[in-house]
Design a protein around this ligand. Sequence first.
Ligand SMILES: [Zn+2]
Ligand SMILES: [Zn+2]
Length: 350
Amino acid sequence: MEAVRWHAAGDLRFEDVELSLPLGPGMIEVEVAYCGICGSDLAEFRHNFAIRPEKAHPLTGHAPPVTLGHEFSGVVTASGEGVDQVRPGDRVSADACWRCGECKACLEGRYNQCIYSGSIGLSSDGAFAPLVRFPAYCAVPLPDSVPDEVGALLEPLAVGLHALDRGHARAGERVVVIGYGPVGAATALLARSLGLEPLVCELSPGRLARAEAHGFETHAPEPEKKDFARAVRGLTGGGAGVVVDCSGAVPALEAAMEMSERGGRIVIAGIPKKPVAVDAGRMVLFERELIATLGYANDLPRVAAMIASGALDPSVMITNRIALDEVGTEIERLAADPRDEVKVLAQVKG
Ligand SMILES: [Zn+2]
Ligand SMILES: [Zn+2]
């Protein structure tokens, strides 16, 4: 079968490959319907972010080259011994986290912090391929009312839900979402569904227009971070209960720390590439909390239930659909300039 393979930063190939993982105990095989391009795929293309170039992963035994793709939906085609979570024919999405199940974090249900943590599509072959194999514990059954396309959005949506939970977001609160890429869009859409009032801040005019079209109150950041923070405090009536920075930009996070109300929470969802200065004195004076969020843990089933109940329609996140053989070129283009795209989906089957 042909798959999108990462060989090294800057080196993606669409090439013929065999399934590398055996269908051993606890494993399943899925025929992929849709798979989305993630910001982490772009990061791997740019500078090799989480893939360990030379070493086999301790949980998967896999070393690069690796098939990318971890945001997907499909149908179970086969299962190994001892699998009772799903059966062949079931429609599923996947929680992409490999986990050891034995470390302290795993035992406490925080498997996103597993000491061996790995991901489908980074630490084992992923879903930019007709077939993918992964542990059955990753499978998330799709309710009938959730279409395959939307099923491929569960994983990025779970990132947004986890960020809001980490920030103790409560219905009725103002939430500021900085950045309207896939994670920002997921966070804003979920926040609205949960009864919060989002304000979306985004530098790119194209993405800002998307947020506006999706019905959000929006704000284009001022060049000076002090002005940006002051403007947002004004727009939110003295500061938001929760501020989620999905941009990963140092000045944005610095401004975010001045955007919450007294006792507000600032959630770091983007990954700044440089250290960020924290004015600890001001954090104390306003009793603000600075909270990090990493991926998700046990969040996908809740997202699926929200969509099935009609509380959430995330289909607006899909801004482009492409074929599997176009994924490499599209990753290259998005890595250079995300334009106004939010989520680009590859139609893998049919
Ligand atoms: Zn992702
Ligand atoms: Zn673990």
